[in-house]
Design a binder for this molecule. Structure first.
Ligand SMILES: [Zn+2]
Length: 350
């Protein structure tokens, strides 16, 4: 008979066979993977701890070349900055090679702190704030934030279930105008603003959101047909375009906001509206200015944070790190066809 574990109880009176729990149950914070500043620095006291964590998160037990994906590699003695060498490639590499973190000299400790800060703050953290916290230059902090946002970009897959759909307009300063000075509805007020469409699955709160060039019926329909399985149930506000969704094979219901109706028999768009509320507060309170070219990146960040849950600890950070594999964003791509002046202008606005 195999030896029983010491915590095994065979109760002669009740006849029950059970194990005492070996460790105490995890707290809600531990389950949700939430850590504070102190814990961050005790987990990652220095660059060596950060490198080990990034290697464990991306490679696991087996280091792998970021170029040819070969496992035929070895760790170099005192290899800095490239810790490993690939035999087939005959080139040196590190855990950054082939990831969003490639081609930067920024210590991984600072990358980790930036990821932790971006996950911690529900309304996001501005590049200006990170510049101070990480003790780096403003352009470095700005570029760093955008590269982490690139890692947070989720690949969209077609979903099924019950959804809320809504669109929201993001734009400069006009939304802070006094009501009686605002251009009348439907004419001018949308000018200079960008519409973002959001879909929220009711069962798990998963959100997908993306900027669109306009809100013509065709665009709104495409947002649904591209992302939602036909036969799903879509709930919206009274917007006319959505009312033809049944012709496209969807079940549809709406609440009429113009008539003051927000919830009717579990039909509501309040969930996606809360998502907009958070994104708008990030816009006004944290970033002050999101350039149109980069709006989708801020939206990606907000949806990622919404979808991944409240965690900001090692488990969630490791997930972000794994998303960096095979994903690049060069400074040139980021700036794209924006001129240097426009980028400087954006930086000054913040
Ligand atoms: Zn290789």
């Amino acid at each position: 008979m195999p030896a029983k574990a010491t915590n095994h109880i065979d109760d002669e009176i009740t006849g029950l066979d059970y194990f005492l729990p070996e460790e105490k149950m995890p707290t809600k914070k531990e389950r949700d993977d939430i850590i504070g500043f102190y814990q961050f620095f005790s987990l990652f006291p220095d660059e060596a701890a950060a490198i080990k964590f990034v290697e464990d998160s991306i490679w696991g037990e087996f280091p792998r070349c970021g170029r040819c994906l070969s496992f035929n590699v070895y760790r170099k003695e005192n290899g800095k900055p490239m810790s490993h060498r690939c035999r087939p490639c005959r080139r040196n590499f590190s855990v950054r090679t082939g990831t969003t973190m490639a081609e930067t000299n920024l210590p991984l400790h600072k990358w980790l702190l930036a990821i932790h800060r971006m996950l911690s703050s529900r309304k996001g953290v501005s590049a200006l704030q990170l510049q101070k916290e990480l003790e780096v230059s403003y352009p470095t902090a700005w570029f760093l934030c955008h590269r982490i946002r690139e890692a947070m970009r989720e690949d969209r897959e077609i979903m099924s279930g019950i959804f809320e759909i809504d669109e929201s307009w993001f734009g400069p300063h006009r939304n802070r105008q006094h009501a009686n000075k605002r251009p009348p509805l439907g004419t001018d007020w949308k000018e200079g603003k960008v519409a973002v469409i959001g879909l929220r699955r009711k069962s798990d709160g998963k959100v997908i959101a993306f900027p669109v060039p306009n809100t013509f019926a065709e665009t709104l329909h495409k947002a649904v047909t591209d992302n939602v399985e036909p036969g799903s149930y879509v709930q919206s506000d009274g917007e006319m375009a959505y009312r033809s969704l049944p012709y496209l094979g969807y079940l549809h219901d709406f609440v009429s906001h113009s008539a003051g109706e927000y919830v009717r028999d579990q039909v509501t768009t309040n969930g996606i509206e809360s998502f907009w509320a958070l994104l708008k507060r990030a816009y006004v309170g944290t970033f002050h200015f999101m350039s149109w070219k980069h709006l989708h990146r801020y939206v990606n960040e907000a949806t990622f944070r919404n979808n991944i849950g409240p965690g900001n600890g090692p488990r969630t950070m490791a997930q972000v790190l794994r998303c960096m594999v095979d994903r690049r964003l060069t400074y040139k791509e980021l700036i794209g066809d924006l001129g240097v002046e426009e980028v400087e202008e954006e930086m000054e606005e913040i």
